[in-house]
Design a protein around this ligand. Sequence first.
Ligand code: GAL
Length: 661
Amino acid sequence: MTTRRLTDRLGGLAFGGDYNPEQWGPEVWKEDDELMGRARVNLATVGVFSWALLEPEEGRYDFGWLDGHLDRLHAAGVAVDLATPTASPPPWFTLAHPDAMPVTPEGTRLTHGSRDTYCVAAPAYRLAARRIAGALAERYGDHPALALWHVHNEYVTLCHCDHTAAAFRVWLRARHGSLDALNDSWGTAFWSQHYTSWEQVLPPRATQWHQNPGLLVDFRRFWSDETLAAYREQRDAIRAHSDRPVTTNLMLPGYQNLDLWAFGREVDLVTVDHYPTEPGVGAAADTAFGADRARSFGGGAPWLLMEQGTNTVYAKGRVLAKEPGEILRHTLGHIARGSEGALFFQWRQSRAGAEQWHSAMVPHAGPDSRIFREVEAVGEAVARLGELAGSTVRARAAVLHDSDAWWAMDVDGLPSTELDYHATLSRAHRVLWDAGVTVDFAHPEQDLSDYRLVLAPALLLLSDAGAANLRRYVEGGGTLLVQHTAGAVDERMHARLGGYPAAPLREALGVRVEEYRPLREDEHIALSDGSRATAWSESLRTEGAQTVAAYTHGMLADGPALTRHRFGAGQAWYLSTRLDDTGYAALAARLIAESGVVPELPGLPAGVEAVTRHASDGRRWHVLINHRAEAVPLPESAHDLLTGAQANELAPGGCAVLRAH
Ligand code: GAL
C-alpha cells in the first residue's frame, strides 16, 4: 500500500490538520465545514486524544458522536485520517491498571492528568490499545471518509517499571544468548557489575554514578523494538478490518527514543511532525533537515507532514509568530522534499486545556485574522500542486544517520560534554543546505553507491559492518568525509583498540588516531590553511593520507588536522577537529566540487532553496523558496503552478513551483 492511494483518494496533495470537534458544539461545527471549504482542507486527523469519549468505561464503546463527525466531514468533502487514541489513556484506565503507568528512573510512578502516560511494555496497556484499535477499525474500516489510519501519536514515553524490566530481560536473552555474553558485552568486570542471574538485570534506573554504557544503549534499542511491537499490534488489528494505509506520526528530529529507520520499514507511509524551535532562516534549514530525514526513513518514498504549526512552538521558551509568508515557505519546504501535502496541529485553537496557547489554522480571533487568511492562501497554493503527487526527490549527497550512534553519544562519561549528536548532524546537513545541495540521510550499513558525496559527522559508534561498508564505498569511487570521534566504539560500546577509528575505515582514511584531546571551553585553534577550530582535537598520524591542514600550536603543532586519502577509485577525508562555520563551509564547497555534486537548478544565488521533484514518467518540478530580502531573477522563465502564469523572478521571501522543461 502506498501513499499514491492517499493522494488518489484526495485528488491531490493533502491539506488540513488535527481536528478535535469534541472540544466544540454544533454552531462551531457548522462554521468548521464552511471554513474548511474556504481553506481547501481535504484531510482532517480525527480522534487523536479521544479515548475517554470513545470508551467511557472499560469495554463499553460510544461511537455515536464520532459517526456524526465522520459523516459530516464526508459530506463536506473532507477525508479523514482516523487516529487510535492510545497516546492518552483515560482516568478509568489508570485507576484500573496502575501498573500500566510509567515509572521514571527515580522510581516515581506517574499518573493521569496530562497525556503520554502509559508504559508500552505493560500487558494491560497493550491489550487495551489493541482492543480499541480493532474496535475502531471494525466500525470505520471501510467508511467512505476514511483515507488513512493514524496509530497513536508520537510514541515517546520511556518507562523503567517492573514490566519494562521483565520485557528487557527477554529482549536481552534473545540478543546476547547467555548471561556470560551479556557480561562480556557490557564490560561488567568494571565496577563490580557482574550479573549472576537474569533477575539482577534492571532498566537504567537512577544510580549513584555513571551508568554502564552497554546497558544504556541496549535499553534504547530494546525500547525502540518494544514500541515498534506495540505499533505493529495496532496496525495488524486495523489491517484485519481495513485496507487503508496505516501510519504513526514520528517525533521531531530532536527526540530519539526510536530507531526511525525500523519504523520507516513498518509504516505504509512515513509521517512526521515538525516544529522548528528557532525563527527565520534557521527554521527553514530545520524544516529541510526534518523533511530530508522523513523522506530518507521511508527509503525515498513519498511521505507526509502530519503536523506543523502556524507559529513556532517554543523558541527558547517563547511561542514566536511566523512572519507573513513563512507558513507557505515551510509548507513548500516540506513538499519540495517529497511530502504529499502539509497538515497542521491543529485546525481550531483550543479555548481550554493544556495547549490553549498552541497555534492553529483558525486562531482564537477566528477567521477574520491574519493567520486564517494566510492559511487560506496556503491551502489554495497546495491545491494547485496536485500534479506533484507521487513524485520523488533524487539526492546525490548523503549524511549518515544511525540511532545506535545517537544513543552512543547520549551516555555519560564521554571525553567531552560538547559531543552532541543532533547538533553535529544538523550542522552537517546545514552546510550542504547552505550550499544548495539536496541531501538524503543514509544508514552507515546501507548501499551508498548512488551517492557521490557522503558525510559521516557523528558516528562515535560504528559497527564492523558499517566500517566495512564505508571502506567499500570509497573504494568504489565515493567521496567520504569522516569527522572526529567516528568509529571509536563498536556496536557493544567497546573501544576500538590499536588506534581509532575501526580498522577497515582506518585503512580507507589512511590515518591512525592515537589520542583524543578535547579543547578547553572557548579555546580556539588555528590550522595551517588559515581556518579556525574549536571544541576538539586529536593526535593522529597519516598512514598513506596527505595532510591538507595541520595544527599550528601546542602539543599537536604540525600534526595533521584535516587529511585526504585516495583509496581505490574514491577519496576519504578525515577531519579531526570542529571547524568554525567559514572553514566548514569552505571544506564542504571543496568536497562538493571534487565529487561532482551539482545544484539541481544552477544559476541561483545563495539563500534561494531549490529542490526538484521527479515523476516516474520524466516530468519534473522545481520548488523554489527565496529566503533573501530582495527579488531574485530566475535563470529562465517557466510556468509557475502557484500563480498559473509564467514566472521570471522570485519576490523577496517568495516561492514558485516551476514545471521543468
Ligand atoms: C505535537 C503533538 C500535538 C501537539 C503539538 C503542539 O508534537 O503531536 O499533539 O501537542 O505538538 O504544537
